[in-house]
Ligand binder design. Structure first.
Ligand code: COA
Ligand code: AMP
Length: 634
C-alpha cells in the first residue's frame, strides 16, 4: 500500500489501524479497548492491555532465539573503551539490577531518578525500572544541581541512580558534588543512591545513603518482569516549558511500545538485526526512544556512543563508528554535522573510512539548513532525511518514510505527516491556512499512541499548555507552513523556547536566574542565530538605578550563575547591559523584536510598541558589543 492510502486509513479508521499496529508487539493480554477517555476527558490508548517494556526489549528476543545477537555496542572515545553486550548478557544485567531496585524497596509505580552518563549501566538502569513497572526519570548530565533538585521534588523518587562522573571532551565531571547539592536543596528526601564507580574517577560515597553499584549487584539475585497496564507510566522526562518550571512529560507503556516498534520500520526502514545509531544522549527524548527502547524492541543492535562529533579524537569519529560497526541508519542533530563540516569541510577524514553500510541519515532537533543538507548529501550520497518531533511526541510526527516509500526530498522540509498525526497549519483563530501561509503547527486530537497522555501530576498545566490554544487540537509551540505538495516546513518556535545545539531550553528559566542578581532590575533572554549551535542565548539586563558594577564583572557573574543554576548545557556566554528594553504599552517585553534585531532580519515594529527609539538603542548596543549574526568575529 502506498503512503497516502495508509495515512488516510490511520486517520479515518484509526482504532482499527492502531489495533493492527498493536499486533506487532507481544502482549500478555491484548487490549480490548483501543481508544478510551479517562476521567479528565483525555484520550488513552490500549487501556487494560497488559505488557512489560523490558520483556519486549530483552526476554522476548532471547525467547525468539536472538540471545546471542549483539544488543548494545558501547563505544567511548572519551575513555578509550569499547564493549559489546548480547541480548542475553543485557537481560542478565537488567534482571539483576531489577533485583537491586526491589531490594531497595522500589515497587511498581515508584519513581527512580537516573543521573548518569552515556554508559551501558544507564541503559541497564532504565530497563530495570521498566522491568519492575517503576517509573524512571533520566536527567541529562549537563544540568546543574538546582535543575536536578527541581526534578527530585516533582517526581519524588525513592531511589537515585548515578555514576562517579561524566566525561566531556577533556574534562572529568564528578557527579557526587552535584548529587549532594541537589539532595540538600530538594525538599523530598530519597531513600538511597546507587553509585557506579567508573575507572576514570572514584567518588567518595556517603555512608548510610549511598550503595556501591558493583557491590550491591554482586549480592543480589535476579528479578523477573512485572505485568503492567498499557496506560501505566514507563517514564517521566522533564523538558523546558515557557516558565521556569520544567514540564514532566509522561510516557505510558502500551502506546509507547507500539510507536517504538512501528516507527523503526515505517520511518527508519530497519529490520531486526540491523545496526542503528542515534548519536544523541539518553538524557534527551531521542536517546530514550532511539538509543534504548525502539532499537531494542525492534531487535536491532544499538550503538551507545560516549563522545562528540569532533575532538574525540577528530571530526572523523562518526565515520569511524559507521565503518567499524557497519551502521545502517545514523540519526543525530544537524549541529553535529555543522561541527564536522567546520573542521573537515572537504571530507578528507571521511575518505579514511568505508561508510557504504549507511543507507540513511536522519536529522532532528532543529531544522536542517540547506548548506548542511547539501554538504552531507554530496559527501555520503545517501538520503538525508529531516524529520520533526518533540519530547511530547516521543517519535517523529513529520518525516519522509524510508520504510514505506521514500519520496523526493525537499531541502528545508521535514516532509509529510507520519501515520496517525493529523497535522494542520492554523491561524490565530484556529482556522486551517492555505498552502504556503505560515501559521501555528497543531495536531488534531486525539494524538496517536506514544504521545504524552498528560504531564506528571499536572493535568491543569497539560490542558493549559497544549490544548487551550485551539479547540480540538494539540498546539506544538512551533510555527510553519505546508506547500502545495503537502510538504511541511517548520520555521521555529513561536514561544520563548530556544534550541541550542539540538538541546531545548527555556529563556524564562534563564531570565529567572539573571533577575536574581542583586543589581538587575529587569532582563530578557533571547535566542539568536549561531552558525554552529543553531541558536545561542544572549541576556539583556537593565540595572537597578544607582548600582555600580563593571559590566565585564557583571557578565562573568551572570554566566557563572546560569552555569550553576541551570548547567553548562545552556551555553549562556553573553550578557549585555541595556539602558531599557523594547516593550509594548502594556509593559510586555518584545523579545521577538530583539531577536530579529540581533539576527539582522527586517521586521515591522508592532504598533503597540511603547517607544520606537529604543529599537535604535538596542541596534547600537548590539553593534557595540558585537552580539548577533553580523558581528560574529568576536
Ligand atoms: N555532562 C556535563 N556537561 C555537559 C554534558 C554532559 N552530559 N553535555 C554537554 N556538557 C557541557 C559541555 O562540556 C559544554 O561545557 P563548557 O561550556 O564548559 O564547554 C557545555 O555543556 C555545552 O555543551 P555542548 O552544547 O555539547 O557544546 P560543545 O561546544 O561542547 O559541542 C557540539 C558542540 C555541536 C559538538 C555538540 O553540542 C554536539 O555534539 N551536539 C550534538 C547534538 C545532540 O546530541 N543533540 C541531542 C538531540 S538529537
Ligand atoms: P525537544 O522536545 O527537545 O525534542 O525539542 C522539540 C523542538 O525542537 C520542536 O518543538 C522544534 O522546535 C524543534 N525541532 C525538532 N525537530 C525539528 C525539525 N526537524 N525541524 C525544525 N525544528 C525541529
Amino acid at each position: 500500500m502506498s503512503y497516502s492510502n495508509i495515512y488516510k486509513t490511520s486517520l479515518q479508521d484509526s482504532e482499527n489501524f492502531w489495533k493492527q499496529q498493536a499486533e506487532n508487539i507481544e502482549w500478555f493480554n491484548f487490549p480490548k479497548n483501543i481508544l478510551s477517555y479517562d476521567e479528565d476527558g483525555l484520550p488513552r490508548w490500549y487501556k487494560g492491555g497488559k505488557l512489560n517494556t523490558s520483556y519486549l526489549a530483552l526476554d522476548y528476543h532471547v525467547e525468539q532465539g536472538r540471545g546471542e545477537q549483539v544488543a548494545i555496542i558501547y563505544d567511548s572515545p572519551v575513555t578509550n573503551t569499547k564493549r559489546q553486550y548480547t541480548y542475553r548478557e543485557l537481560l542478565d544485567k537488567v534482571a539483576t539490577f531489577a533485583g537491586v531496585l526491589k531490594k531497595l524497596g522500589v515497587e511498581k509505580g515508584d519513581r527512580v531518578i537516573i543521573y548518569m552518563p552515556m554508559i551501558p549501566e544507564t541503559v541497564v538502569a532504565m530497563l530495570a525500572c521498566a522491568r519492575l513497572g517503576a517509573v524512571h526519570s533520566v536527567v541529562f548530565g549537563g544540568f546543574a544541581a538546582h535543575e536536578l533538585a527541581i526534578r527530585i521534588d516533582d517526581a519524588q523518587p525513592k531511589v537515585l541512580l548515578t555514576a562517579s562522573c561524566g566525561k566531556e571532551i577533556n574534562k572529568v565531571i564528578p557527579y557526587l558534588p552535584i548529587i549532594n547539592a541537589a539532595i540538600e536543596e530538594a525538599d523530598h528526601q530519597v531513600d538511597a543512591c546507587v553509585v557506579f564507580q567508573r575507572e576514570i574517577f572514584q567518588a567518595e560515597l556517603k555512608e548510610g545513603r549511598d550503595y556501591d553499584w558493583e557491590t550491591i549487584v554482586n549480592s543480589t539475585s535476579q528479578h523477573t518482569y512485572v505485568e503492567v497496564d498499557a496506560t501505566d507510566p514507563l517514564y517521566i522526562l522533564y523538558t523546558s516549558g515557557t516558565t521556569g518550571q520544567p514540564k514532566g512529560i509522561v510516557r505510558d507503556n502500551g502506546g509507547h511500545a507500539v510507536a517504538m516498534k512501528n516507527t523503526m520500520s515505517w520511518v527508519y526502514g530497519t529490520q531486526s538485526g540491523d545496526v542503528y545509531w542515534a548519536a544523541s544522549d539518553v538524557g534527551w527524548v531521542v536517546g530514550h526512544s532511539y538509543i534504548v527502547y525502539a532499537p531494542l524492541i525492534h531487535g536491532c543492535t544499538t550503538v551507545l556512543f560516549e563522545g562528540k562529533p569532533i575532538k574525540t579524537p577528530d571530526a572523523g569519529t562518526f565515520w569511524r563508528v559507521v565503518d567499524e560497526y557497519k551502521v545502517k541508519v545514523l540519526f543525530t542533530a544537524p549541529t553535529a554535522f555543522r561541527a564536522i563540516k567546520k573542521e573537515d569541510s572537504n571530507g578528507l577524514l571521511h575518505q579514511k573510512y568505508d561508510t557504504s553500510s549507511l543507507k540513511y541519515i536522519f536529522l532532528a532537533g532543529e531544522r536542517t539548513d540547506e548548506a548542511t543538507y547539501d554538504w552531507l548529501t554530496k559527501l555520503l550520497q545517501v538520503p538525508v532525511i529531516d524529520h520533526w518531533w518533540q519530547t511530547e511526541s516521543g517519535s517523529p510526527m513529520l518525516s519522509n518514510l524510508a520504510g514505506i516509500d521514500l519520496k523526493k526530498i525537499k531541502p528545508g522540509s521535514a516532509s509529510q505527516s507520519v501515520f496517525g498525526f493529523d497535522i494542520q497549519i492554523l491561524d490565530a483563530d484556529g482556522n486551517s491556512l492555505p498552502p504556503n501561509t505560515e501559521g501555528a503547527v497543531a495536531i488534531k486530537l486525539p494524538l496517536p499512541p506514544g504521545c504524552l497522555p498528560n504531564l506528571w501530576n499536572d493535568t491543569k498545566r497539560f490542558k493549559q499548555s497544549y490544548l487551550s490554544q485551539f479547540e480540538g487540537y494539540y498546539f506544538s509551540g512551533d510555527g510553519g507552513y505546508v506547500d502545495e505538495d503537502g510538504y511541511f516546513f517548520i520555521t521555529g518556535r513561536i514561544d520563548d523556547i530556544i534550541n541550542v545545539a539540538g538541546h531545548r531550553l527555556s529563556t524564562a528559566e534563564m531570565e529567572e536566574v539573571l533577575a536574581s542578581h542583586p543589581t538587575v532590575a529587569e532582563c530578557a533572554v533571547v535566542g539568536i542565530a549561531d552558525e554552529l549551535k543553531g541558536q545561542v542565548p544572549v541576556g539583556f539586563v537593565v540595572l537597578k538605578s544607582g548600582v555600580e558594577i563593571l559590566e565585564d564583572d557583571l557578565e562573568k557573574e551572570l554566566i557563572q550563575m546560569v552555569r550553576e543554576k541551570i548547567g553548562p548545557v545552556a551555553s549562556f556566554k553573553r550578557a549585555v547591559v541595556a539602558a531599557r528594553l523594547p516593550k509594548t504599552r502594556s509593559g510586555k517585553i518584545l523579545r521577538k523584536i530583539m531577536r530579529h534585531l540581533a539576527d539582522g532580519k527586517s521586521f515591522n515594529p508592532p504598533s503597540t510598541i511603547e517607544d520606537m527609539s529604543v529599537l535604535d538603542e538596542i541596534k547600537d548596543l548590539l553593534k557595540l558589543k558585537k552580539v548577533g549574526i553580523e558581528y560574529q568575529d568576536r
